[in-house]
Design a protein around this ligand. Structure first.
Ligand code: SF4
Length: 259
C-alpha cells in the first residue's frame, strides 16, 4: 500500500461523504453496518430505534463501558495511520469504512483491525455476552462480514484477510485481564494460538473464525436493501424469545411478548 493509494483513498472518501443525499428510509444519507446487521435480529427493532429513539438501560450502559475498557482507542492522524499500518510487524488501527453496495451507501467502524505491510490481515469484532460465548448469531456474522467487504471495496489488499468474531463473558474478567485483553486476542490470532487462549478462559470466551466472503456479505445487504429504499415495510420477529429479550417489548406494536 503506497502513500499515493492512501492519498487517493482519503480523496475518494471525502467525495463519497459530500455527495450523499438523504435518500434512504428515515431521511438517512448513509446506512450503518450495525443497522443492517440489526435487521437480522428483528427489522422492526431497527424501525423502533429510529421511530422511538434508543431506549437507555443499565445493562446497555454497562456493556458499552466494558467494551470501551476492552478495546481502548487513541485518535491518530492520517500520517500516523499510514506509518503504522505499513510496518511489517502486526500493528493495530481502525478507520471508518464506507462503500456503495446494492444501491445503499454504507458506513461503519469495526472494533479492531490488525495490519501488516499495508494489508488488513485480521478484522476483529468483540461481542460481550451474559450467555454462552459458543453461540453464533446471524446478525453478528453479517456485521463482521460487511466490514470485511467494505475494506475490500475501499481498495485495500484483502488477499490475506480473515475475520474473527470474539464472544466473551466480559463481566467475568478480572480488572488485570481487561487492560491487555485486546493485545492478547491479537497475539493469539497472529500466532495461531487461539485454542490456548480459549482453554485458559474456558466457557468465558470463544473465537469464531470466519472466512472473508464478499459474495455472502453482498447477499446479506441485498436481502435487506428494500427496507432502506422504501420499497417495503419492515418485517417483525416471529420469535417470542426474541421479543421477551427486546427492550422495546413493552411499547412495540408487533411484540409477541405478553405486556
Ligand atoms: S418486541 Fe419483538 S417485534 Fe418488537 S421490536 Fe422487539 S423483537 Fe421486534
Amino acid at each position: 500500500m503506497s502513500e499515493a493509494f492512501l492519498e487517493e483513498l482519503w480523496r475518494r472518501e471525502e467525495a463519497f461523504m459530500v455527495s450523499a443525499k438523504p435518500e434512504f428510509r428515515h431521511g438517512l444519507r448513509f446506512v450503518g453496518v450495525s443497522s443492517i446487521a440489526g435487521q437480522f435480529y428483528c427489522e422492526f427493532k431497527v424501525e423502533n430505534e429510529f421511530a422511538l429513539g434508543e431506549l437507555p438501560s443499565k445493562a446497555k450502559a454497562q456493556g458499552t463501558a466494558l467494551h470501551d475498557e476492552l478495546v481502548p482507542e487513541v485518535e491518530i492522524g492520517k500520517d500516523a495511520f499510514s506509518a503504522l499500518v505499513r510496518r511489517k510487524e502486526p500493528s493495530f488501527a481502525v478507520l471508518r469504512l464506507w462503500g456503495s453496495v446494492a444501491g445503499l451507501r454504507i458506513i461503519g467502524t469495526p472494533d479492531h483491525v490488525i495490519w501488516s505491510e499495508g494489508r488488513p490481515v485480521w478484522l476483529v469484532e468483540l461481542k460481550t455476552t451474559k450467555g454462552d460465548p459458543g453461540l453464533l448469531w446471524d446478525d453478528q456474522v453479517v456485521q463482521t462480514r460487511i466490514y470485511g467487504l467494505l475494506l475490500d471495496l475501499m481498495g485495500f489488499n484483502c488477499s490475506s484477510l480473515r475475520l474473527a468474531l470474539v464472544r466473551l463473558r466480559g463481566s467475568e474478567l478480572s480488572e488485570d485481564d481487561k487492560g491487555p485483553w485486546i493485545l492478547r486476542v491479537s497475539k493469539a490470532l497472529t500466532d495461531g494460538t487461539t485454542s490456548e487462549l480459549e482453554s485458559e478462559y474456558a466457557g468465558r470466551m470463544k473465537f469464531h473464525l470466519l472466512v472473508h466472503d464478499r459474495a455472502a456479505a453482498v447477499a446479506s445487504i441485498g436481502a435487506k436493501r428494500g427496507y432502506w429504499r422504501g420499497e417495503r415495510e419492515p418485517t417483525s420477529s416471529t420469535s417470542v424469545a426474541k421479543c421477551r429479550a427486546c427492550e422495546y417489548s413493552q411499547v412495540c406494536t408487533k411484540s409477541l411478548a405478553a405486556k
